[in-house]
Every structure is written in C-alpha cells, then in structure tokens.
Ligand binder design. Structure first.
Ligand code: SF4
Length: 413
C-alpha cells in the first residue's frame, strides 16, 4: 500500500530531545552561543551478490575490479567533498555493505574516519545474514560501528524463497549469534509483510521469532511490487496475488499490538525500538537535518541544497576522477519545501511535530494553508494535538499517512 511501510527514503530517531526539531536553529542564537547543527553521513555501497525478486534499488555485481575502483573513488570523493564539520551519525546502506571483505571494510572505514572529526555517536552498517562473518564484525567493532541492521525479512524459508532471498532462517540465527558474540549491543532486524504466501499466521510467527531474538530495534516494511523486478513480472503473469489494502492493514496493526506488548515502542510508521534505541541517523533526516552522502546513488541535504550522486558506478566514478562531482535531482531548499517535508516526515513519527519550533525555523513557509489542512485532519480523526504546540497523527491517521503526505505536498503547487 505504501501507506504503512515504504522503505526509508534516505537511508533515519524519538530522539527529538537531541536532534532537529527540539533544537533552535543555530542562526537564531547569539553569535557567542552558536553551535554547529548535527550532521549525518550516508555512505552507499552499491554491490549485491544477486538481485532479490522484489528489489528495484540500484545495485552492481561485486567484481573485484569494481570493488577496488569503488574504494579508491570513495577515498577521492571524501577528499573532494569533505563534510567540513563533526559528523554525529553515520549510516552505511546499500546494496549490501556487509558483503565487503574485512580488509575492504577496514579501508573504507579508515577513509571515512579521516573526515568525520572524531567518532560518530551512532554508526549503522546494513548486513545480509549470509554475509555476517566474525572477521568483518571484529573490524567494524574496532572501527567504532555501533549498530548492525540485519536484512532478515522473514524467518520462514518458504517465504524467503518467495522473495528470492539467498539466506535461510538457520543462517539468520547464526548471524545474530555472531553479532552478539562480537559485542554489538544495538541490533536492528528488518522484517517484511504482505508477501505472497505469507498468511496472518506466518506473519505472526515471524514477529514472535523476531521478538525471541531480542533485537533492540525492529523495522517492518510492507512489500511493494516495483516495476522491472522479478516479483513484478510474476504479478503481471498472474502467478502471485498481492494482499488487498484491508489485508495489509490487518497485518500492520497486528505488528503494532504484538510488538508493543513485547516492549517495543512504535516511534515511526515502520520502526519500533526499546527506549533509547531509535535510529538517530534516520530521525535526524526525517527532522530535516543536514546529511552528506557518498557513493553512487547517495543523496545529500546540505547547505540549503538537496541532491544525489548518479545511479551508476561508471558515471559517479568518472566525475570523481576528474574532480567534478556530478549532481542529479538538485533542489534548492526554501522555507516552504523544508517545512512541508518536516510536516510529512515528522507526522510519520508517533511523537509528531512541534509546531512552534517549525514556525520559528521556517517562518516564510505557507503556515496558513498547512494549518487549514491539519484542522481538517483533526476533524476527520486523523490527527490530534497531544499538547497545545504539538501535532501528531492518530493511529487511524498513520494508516493513511501517504494520503496525508500527498495533501501536504499540494500546498507547494
Ligand atoms: S540485498 Fe538488499 S539491495 Fe541487494 S538486491 Fe536484495 S534487497 Fe536489494
């Protein structure tokens, strides 16, 4: 449906007390009290050993020559476009960052740390269960990686095969053992629902299995049929039946209830955590903080501009090699588009948004039109004011968050 569970757009935190909305923009503070706003760093590793049946993300086969070329180009890109200030959160996504051999992880990590001005407070690396090996985990731990995000999707081998995933439930359990044995105390498990062949009973078993693994964080994504994927082709041939929207809602709401009973607080439409374990990097981006992206297809939001690197290893490398970084999808940000995005992404979080702070941060945004919108949402039971200056979606509102977002975007037309 996309309402409940689309994948994180940039590669994501209830740490509003620490980041973004809870803070005054530095430009509003007296000069002697200004501090640099938090900065995130996203690094894209575009290699996958095979293509999963549902996946439309940009990816490349991990040929050794390309890996070498990639590592060299990342080192160059970091020198050409250094963050220029302390980096607080790091996210390595992909692709499959965990597929890099231990020596490559060490080289990439060392290159990045030369530019972060100290150790990040949170550093996530995405790993696929089949790639979790002790040597690379030890390298990551020694570099300062704090969080592993494991792409489990399901604990049911039959469901995994429907998705074209190349791991088994047994490999997932071995991967979790290794991650814990290496001392990582912050583990995310990605799960997927509304998969063909996964009935409510199978989804319930996946959730209970995940809870029994005791991760600190869980992400649950609704399967979407993306064009040009093998699953899309099967759908077109009538070989699989997608869940209806009402079936998706049932599965989604079951996850909320079961995970909350198990002590996981939903803090965003697709994300749950134990207290203190929300993903700081993602929350920072949802609160319209600044981040810099490296690697092909990586997006950045920095110094008033949003842009991305080309989705091609060759194009990205050629630009880096001649010292002219190619930027695509470039948007100059103003109060209006930043405020609308802060409303859209902020309302996906259960804590919602602090209206006074947003108004102070972007005073020239179309607040009158936005206010009319949320008055209507409140009247329809989709939103509420948990406190006088805060706006949040209700549980019913979160089910239709995409429709809410579309209405907010129309304010920019
Ligand atoms: S491992 Fe991740 S990025 Fe790679 S094909 Fe599978 S889902 Fe896509």
């Amino acid at each position: 449906m996309g309402n409940c569970l689309d994948r994180n757009p940039v590669g994501a935190k209830n740490s509003s007390a620490v980041y973004g909305l809870a803070e005054e923009p530095s430009s509003e503070l007296p000069t002697n009290q200004r501090t640099e706003p938090p900065l995130g760093l996203y690094l894209h590793v575009p290699f996958c050993s095979h293509s999963c049946d549902f996946c439309a993300f940009y990816q490349e086969a991990p040929r050794r020559a390309d890996l070498e070329r990639y590592l060299h180009a990342i080192e160059l890109e970091l020198r050409l476009f250094p963050p220029g200030r302390r980096v607080q959160t790091v996210f390595w996504g992909g692709g499959t960052p965990g597929l890099l051999p231990a020596g490559d992880v060490a080289r990439l990590g060392a290159a990045m740390l030369r530019h972060t001005e100290g150790a990040p407070t949170e550093w996530t690396v995405e790993m696929a269960p089949a790639t979790v090996k002790e040597d690379k985990l030890r390298v990551m731990r020694d570099l300062g990686v704090t969080r592993i995000s494991l792409g489990v999707q399901s604990f049911d081998d039959r469901v995994l095969s429907e998705l074209g995933r190349r791991h088994s439930a047994a490999q997932v359990m071995r991967a979790i053992d290794r991650i814990r044995h290496c001392g990582f105390e912050n583990l995310n498990i990605d799960l997927m629902f509304a998969i063909p062949g996964q009935d409510p009973g199978a989804w319930d078993r996946d959730l209970r299995h995940a809870i029994a693994c005791a991760p600190e964080h869980l992400s649950t994504y609704c399967l979407t049929f993306e064009e040009d994927t093998r699953l899309w082709a099967r759908l077109r041939r009538g070989e699989v039946r997608p869940c209806s929207e009402s079936e998706e809602y049932v599965l989604y709401e079951h996850a909320i209830d079961l995970l909350e009973d198990a002590g996981y607080r939903q803090y965003e439409i697709s994300n749950y955590s134990h207290p203190g374990f929300a993903c700081q990097h993602n929350v920072h981006t949802w609160e319209m903080g600044e981040w810099v992206g490296y690697g092909p297809a990586a997006a950045s939001q920095f110094q008033g501009i949003r842009f991305a690197n080309p989705e091609s290893l060759d194009r990205w490398y050629q630009g880096v090699e001649i010292g002219r970084l190619e930027r695509v999808d470039r948007v100059v940000l103003d109060d209006a588009n930043l405020a609308v995005d802060a409303v859209i992404f902020g309302l996906r979080m259960n804590a919602g948004i602090n209206l006074n702070r947003l108004r102070k941060r972007w005073p020239r945004a179309p607040w009158g039109e936005l206010e009319s919108l949320w008055t209507a949402w409140i009247n329809e039971g989709l939103a509420c004011h948990p406190s006088p200056d805060r706006l949040a979606l209700t549980r019913r509102g979160r089910l239709v968050a995409d429709a809410v977002a579309r209405e907010a975007l129309e304010v920019l037309d």
